[in-house]
Design a protein around this ligand. Structure first.
Ligand SMILES: Nc1ncnc2c1ncn2[C@@H]1O[C@H](COP(=O)(O)OP(=O)(O)OP(=O)(O)O)[C@@H](O)[C@H]1O
Ligand SMILES: [Mg+2]
Length: 411
């Protein structure tokens, strides 16, 4: 799957620094827009970089030597993944006070992508330095140096033993993800996204009360912009956590309906109106969420070029199996072997259809999505006759042809 990047913003990192450099003109919003339902009256909430300044001490600043030791010299045996921006290694670090058990971490080492890479690294540090929710991955610290080999940018996260939803959903080498686990994962991911869209208000109000006593209406909207299965990481209990905030943007403020941006994201997941116009709204995330809902129902990737032509595009293929139709169950991932709730599955498919409405204004909000998924979870728990949850026998197979992992790359 090809991905797209067009960068307009010019941005220059500081040289030779060992701490997070400050952005220049970061997250400036354009003024060319009308009213948006997500924008409300604001006593000028502070920007992410401003908030980050107050909270940055929560992040640990590593030096390169520490991270080399942590990953045994970025040993290939410890490599656990590779994305569009670099490699991820499993590592162990000593606790800050030197006492207690070593901590298992994931270290992401950015390839040298110049200013683009730096900008996304910085966005990640700043967003994850500010936001906090059980369904967002925890950033423990970072490393930023410039040595004889050039600029080095690294991020250190809590380690997620069950890797990503992508690995678990599509890999034939992994046991099938049971229906109930799928629903719980997508519900948790929805809660993480709802927090970014609509939950930051509370946190910022408390922050404001504490500092300036301007309680009340501060709303802070973050648009995630890269919702896809590989960015939903899974902890030891399969609890989901969103990762990768390199593309996240502060949402529109005041009277603005959208943020104008260069179009970035991953093909297959980005909302069509965003690709066409570059106008970014929270509803773009809802579209991506709808895509992932269908991936979870079908066990198919949004694009699978190795399938027959009519089946390559998931969103086209699923149209033959409407949520209320007789053929609906033919769409469901065969690896579930009928171990699912048909009524909950229909509910999820209808929700996906709503998320994928052509008109962004007709899509549900993330809070509505969360409520709908909670009902689906309840339905799955109750309806045990037409359904069973949790497949007991893990099934593996290597027969299905799938497309290459989707990566964000420049075209
Ligand atoms: N904190 C973590 N704990 C455990 N594994 C991780 C962690 N972060 C990333 N990974 C693994 O590394 C893989 C690569 O992650 P990365 O975010 O670099 O790329 P990606 O999401 O696959 O692609 P893209 O660059 O398009 O976002 C993930 O799919 C996951 O398997
Ligand atoms: Mg990722």
């Amino acid at each position: 799957m090809k991905c797209f990047y067009i960068f307009k913003d010019k941005f220059k990192p500081k040289k030779g620094s060992n701490s997070a450099p400050e952005p220049r003109n970061q997250n400036r919003l354009d003024n060319n827009s009308a009213l948006n339902r997500t924008a409300r009256s604001l006593p000028s909430p502070r920007s992410i970089p401003e908030l980050y300044k107050e909270k940055e001490h929560h992040l640990r600043v590593f030096d390169m030597q520490e991270l080399r030791e942590a990953t045994n010299g970025f040993n290939r045996m410890l490599k656990i993944g590779e994305g569009g921006f670099g490699s991820v290694y499993k590592g162990t670090i000593r606790p800050l006070d030197g006492r207690g058990e070593p901590l298992v971490v994931a270290v992401k080492k950015l390839n040298n992508h110049g200013l683009q890479g730096h900008k996304q690294w910085l966005a990640e540090v700043q967003f994850l330095g500010v936001v906090s929710h059980p369904n967002l991955v925890k950033l423990l610290g970072y490393c930023s140096t410039e040595d004889e080999r050039g600029i080095q940018r690294l991020l250190v996260y809590e380690y997620m033993p069950n890797r990503s939803l992508e690995d678990r959903l599509f890999s034939r080498a992994q046991p099938t993800l049971p229906w109930k686990t799928r629903l719980e994962i997508i519900l948790g991911a929805a809660e993480g996204l709802a927090y970014l869209h609509e939950g930051l208000e509370i946190q910022l109000v408390a922050f404001d009360c504490w500092k300036t006593e301007t309680c009340g209406a501060a709303l802070f909207l973050v648009i995630y912009r890269d919702f896809k299965t590989s960015n939903v990481l899974l902890d030891g209990n399969f609890k989901p956590k969103l990762s990768d905030f390199g593309l996240a943007r502060e949402g529109p403020t005041g009277d603005h309906t959208h943020v104008s941006t260069a179009v970035v994201g991953t093909y297959g997941y980005a909302a069509p109106e965003y690709i066409e116009t570059g106008h970014l709204k929270s509803q773009s995330d809802i579209w991506s969420f709808g895509v992932v809902l269908y991936e979870i129902l079908t066990g198919r990737r949004v694009l699978e070029r190795n399938r027959p032509t009519m089946e390559q595009k998931l969103l086209e293929w699923v149209k033959q199996f409407p949520a209320d139709g007789k053929k609906f169950s033919m769409m469901i991932d065969p690896r579930l072997r009928n171990q699912y709730s048909i009524s909950a599955a229909r509910r999820v498919a209808k929700l996906a259809d709503n998320c994928l409405k052509k008109n962004p204004e007709e899509r549900p909000t993330m809070n509505q999505v969360v409520e709908s998924l909670k009902l689906a979870v309840q339905e799955s728990e109750q309806g045990s006759s037409s359904t069973t949850t949790a497949a007991k026998t893990p099934v593996t197979s290597s027969s299905r042809l799938v497309d290459r992992r989707s990566k964000r790359v420049q075209v």
